[in-house]
Structures are given as C-alpha cells and as structure tokens.
Design a protein around this ligand. Structure first.
Ligand code: P5A
Length: 429
C-alpha cells in the first residue's frame, strides 16, 4: 500500500476526550473515529489490526475443536422471556419493536439464541459434545462507555457455547477453553492471568476472567506473586494446577479469607480481555434443550459460555505495547509487516530502489506500507513511529552510495545496514 493513497487521518494532538493512552493513540493513528458515544467506525489501519486479532482467535478456536457459526445480531425478545432474562437484563439491553410490533433487541450476548438452535437440531447424547462459536458485534447500552474501544456500547466479541451430557464433560470443555484462552492471548504478546470471578448477568457457578495487568485497567485484581514467574503455557503445567494459584477480581477477593501470606499477595489493576462461565442447565432447562441419554431418559444439557473481547483487545495490546512516540505492534497483530521510508522522494535513485523493494517484498507476500509522500524525514519517521509497524526500511541517498539501506526495529530501535536484496531475504524469510 502506498501511503499517498492510504486513508490514514492522523491527528497531531491527543483529543481531549481520550483519557488513556490506547484511546489517544488509536485516534491519533487514524485507527478509529467515534460515531456516537461508545460506537466507533474502524478505519483501514484499525480494521487491519482488528482482523488480525480476530484471525488469531479464530485459529485457536478451530484448533480447540470449536466450529464457527454466525448468529443474528438482532434477536427476538421471546427467547429471553423463556430464559427469564428479559426483565432481569435491565437497561443495558437495547430493545425495540419491528413493524409488526414484535419485541426485538440487539444482542448483548447469545446464550438464548444458541440454546434455541441446539434444542431444534440435537436430540441424542451421541451428538455430544458440541462447541459452537461466532465472532459477532454485540450491543450493551453501558451507563458509562469510556476509554474508546475498551468499554464500548457496540463491540466485537468472540463468544462460544459448549454442550455436554454431564458435569464431567462440561468441566472438560471449560478447561479446554481455559487453555485455549491462554494460548490465544500469548500469540498476541499478552500474558493474561486467569482469575476467579463473579458470573454476573450470565450466571452459573464457576467463572474465570482473563486479566491483562495494566495501570489503566478498569478491574481491581488480587493475585499470587507466583504469576509473575509462571510460564502459563509450560507443558508440565496443567489447568488444575493453574486454577489452584490464587487470583481473584475485587468482587471475589475477601481479605479475611485470602489464603496467601501478605508478602505473596499482589494488588493491581487489570483489563478483562476474556471471561468464561460454567452454568450447567441455567438455559437448557427453561428453554427445554434436552437430549436422550444412554438409558433412554431425557437429560438437560450442561452448558458453558466463553467470551473474548476482540475489539477491546486492540486497545489492550496498545496499553501493553507503546512508548512516548506511539504504538509498537507485536508482529502477530501488526497492520503491516514493514514500512518503507524513502527519505528523498524527489531523488530518482532513491525512488527507484524503494519502488523495486516495494515490488519484491509484495511478491514475496510481505505486507508493506510505502511512504511515498513528499514529506520531510522528520514527518515520515514520526508517522511510522506513531502507527507502530514492527520494521522500518529507511532508504536515503547517502546509504545508497554505499549500496545499503537501513533496517530498523520499532520495538528496540536497533538499526542494521543491509543491501536491498538482503532486506528482502530477511523480511520474506
Ligand atoms: C461469554 C460469551 C459474556 O457475555 N456470554 C457469551 C458471556 N461474557 S462477558 O464477560 O460479559 O463478555 C465477554 C468479554 O467481552 C468483552 N466486553 C466488552 N468489550 C468492549 N466493550 C464492552 N462494553 C464490553 N463488555 C464486555 C470483555 O473482554 C469480556 O471479557
């Protein structure tokens, strides 16, 4: 992509309404624009990151044995009346009527819809277990939408739902999701600590939130100092062991009942990027989602639901990866792999080498943003540092005399001089 043609509306100043760094940087870097309170448009740069985050989530869900579906954003009220949540959900639910005066709503979550699908399609225990997921926009009319995409009213969630015959199966599904979440966040460069949590409006008896530690996080968290050393993906560390380490959000943490000695208890703030629930038959019973069991008797299915805040993650990653110049994308979610910075667009030699590099990198499947604008080096560096592409290739007349260009890492700031051919080999390798 040539920067001269790219839709990238950068802002020089941090907008006054943005209180935390990720929100400021997303606006300044032209990733999002607010449409109304808590509702955003995703512009090309932001959209590219959102899609990459979504794709990692999708791959990990598929690898964990889940199947992708897509349920409607707009739902009928009657299934919520059946589950008993229609009144209970309160004003966070956006409710409206269609032209036939049927009560409808914009889905804040999908337990009812998926249970309705299940009860109409599955009859026998032989069809279990099942685990269905979607990546779909939700709407929650939050009292206080804030921090940009972190607490939006419209937001993108990956939600999945497991169906099992009994508690043992449901716990296996829960633990399977628990591990999949640790892997998913790790691939984005994030360490998420699983914490015992309240199950709130979703309900149920077992629940973990996945929290990224960050001073700007909305959750107050308490956890064992051991988490600072633990490799949560170590092959010899099983889910039960991780679940035995103490970590809890403030609603669950009772200072008097905390099993940790004071010197091992850490207290901080976190960003909740995922939340998983086991709730047994809370929805299957009222909605009548039963299968015929091995002995011929009907059994209400045991369910759990599992959510990842896909759009929130984009903000959370920036909270974890930035400096005073801008964003520093982990390679796994970066909107482009590499930026080409031509220091002298008017110099035919520089333009030729940059154009050639651009073509070769693209052919090799590398995603390139080519700054072909006629701007000063200072403006070009500031742009690339702000938007955070992991690698910058700087092409200037002085280097070209010696046959080299500069390869710079956004994260470490380290530079290396290489021939243009070597740059292609390195980045395409
Ligand atoms: C689990 C999947 C649920 O809704 N039902 C389906 C369950 N859980 S949850 O905790 O309420 O939400 C899951 C994740 O969605 C993100 N999230 C939000 N992101 C941005 N803005 C919001 N207003 C918002 N609300 C929830 C969080 O990451 C949460 O963990």
């Amino acid at each position: 992509m040539r920067l001269s043609a790219y839709f990238l509306p950068l802002l020089k100043e941090s907008p006054a309404e943005a209180q935390i760094v990720s929100h400021q940087l997303m606006l300044r870097a032209g990733m999002i624009r607010q449409s109304s309170a808590g509702i955003y448009s995703w512009l090309p740069l932001g959209h590219a990151v959102l899609r990459r985050v979504e794709q990692i989530v999708r791959e990990e869900m598929n690898a964990a044995g889940c199947q992708e579906i897509l349920m409607p954003a707009v739902q009928p009220a009657d299934i919520w009346q059946e589950s008993g949540r229609y009144e209970a959900y309160g004003r966070e639910m956006l409710r409206f009527e269609d032209r036939h005066e049927r009560a409808m709503l914009f889905g804040p979550t999908h337990e009812e819809v998926v249970t309705d699908i299940f009860r109409r399609c599955i009859r026998s225990y032989r069809d279990l277990p099942k685990n269905l997921y979607q990546i779909q926009w939700k709407f929650r009319d939050e009292i206080r939408p804030r921090f940009g995409v972190m607490r939006g009213r419209e937001f993108l969630m990956k939600d999945n739902y497991s169906f099992d015959l009994d508690f043992e199966g449901a716990k296996r599904s829960y633990d399977n999701m628990f591990s999949a979440y640790l892997r998913t966040f790790k691939r984005m460069g994030l360490t998420a600590i699983p914490m015992r949590a309240e199950s709130g409006a979703i309900g149920g008896s077992m629940s973990h939130e996945f929290q990224i530690l960050a001073s700007t996080g909305e959750s107050e968290v308490f956890y064992d100092a051991a988490f600072e050393e633990l490799d949560l993906l170590a092959p010899d560390l099983d889910v039960d062991t991780i679940q035995r380490y103490y970590a809890a959000t403030d609603e669950q943490h009772l200072p008097d009942a905390c099993p940790l000695p004071p010197e091992r208890l850490r207290h901080g703030r976190g960003i909740e990027v995922g939340h998983i629930f086991y709730f047994g038959t809370k929805y299957s019973k009222p909605l009548g989602a039963a299968v015929t069991g091995p002995d011929g008797e009907d059994v209400f299915v045991e369910m759990g639901s599992y959510g990842i805040g896909v759009s929130r993650l984009v903000g959370a990653i920036i909270e974890a990866y930035h400096d005073d110049k801008g964003i520093i994308w982990p390679e796994s979610v970066a909107p482009f792999d590499v930026a080409l910075v031509n220091l002298r667009a008017s110099d035919t030699g520089c333009a030729e080498v940059t154009g050639d590099l651009y073509a070769k990198l693209k052919t090799a499947g590398v995603d390139v943003l080519y700054d072909d604008r006629d701007e000063s080096p200072g403006v070009k560096f500031a742009t690339m540092d702000l938007i955070g592409i992991p690698w910058q290739v700087v092409i200037g007349p002085r280097g070209l005399k010696a046959g080299v260009v500069e390869l710079k890492s956004r994260a470490s700031g380290e530079t290396e001089e290489l021939s243009p051919e070597a740059v292609v080999d390195r980045l395409a390798g």
